[in-house]
Design a protein around this ligand. Structure first.
Ligand code: OFO
Length: 182
């Protein structure tokens, strides 16, 4: 009897999404390292924590494929793009990454609906909600930098923004022991 409860196409799409979440995590890590190097410890810590969150999304997908009797395939992660040139560009990259991830999630939701795989469809609703929150947060970052003065934000405004982001709550226990606060 066939024990895998996922179609091969859905299993491939979910495995691809594992790689996408891992890539997302790498993008946040790259941005976090850039921010640290620029002296923005608060922004760096925020991005680092988010990188860990992306890894927890990856783990959630791994667990789901395994629960459905499928096979997880860990693939290579492509290199993140170039570093930003300003805090504004950094936040634009965050927003772009989130939108790309949302698009990828929607594609699998659509596939699961077409296949009438309601368990997968239901599981993916968590990701739909999460992407909504993350896009909302990324947009709020863009609003903050716009108010601070965009690409020409003065050091005093960036100082406040850096301090503000150092206080954002931490959802991921894996980063709890790291002291990345400003
Ligand atoms: Fe995995 O949620 Fe952002 O990208």
């Amino acid at each position: 009897m066939k024990t895998c409860r996922l179609s091969s196409s859905l299993m491939k799409a979910l495995n691809d999404q594992i790689t996408m979440e891992a890539y997302s995590s790498q993008v946040y890590l790259m941005l976090s390292s850039w921010a640290d190097n620029q002296g923005y410890a608060g922004i760096s810590g925020f991005l680092f924590r988010h990188s860990q969150e992306e890894r927890s999304h990856m783990a959630k997908l791994i667990e789901y494929i395994q629960e459905r009797g499928g096979k997880v395939v860990i693939d290579a992660i492509k290199k993140p793009g170039g570093e930003p040139k300003s805090v504004q560009e950094c936040f634009e990259m965050v927003f772009k990454q989130e939108v790309e991830n949302t698009t990828a999630i929607y594609k699998i939701v659509k596939m699961s609906m077409e296949e009438e795989d309601w368990a997968t469809w239901n599981h993916l609703q968590w990701f739909v909600g999460e992407q909504l929150e993350e896009e909302k947060y990324a947009l709020s970052l863009l609003d903050k930098i716009k108010i601070a003065g965009g690409k020409n934000a003065p050091d005093t405004a960036l100082y406040e923004l850096n301090k503000d982001l150092s206080k954002t709550p931490q959802k991921t226990p894996i980063a709890d022991n790291l002291d990345l606060e400003a």
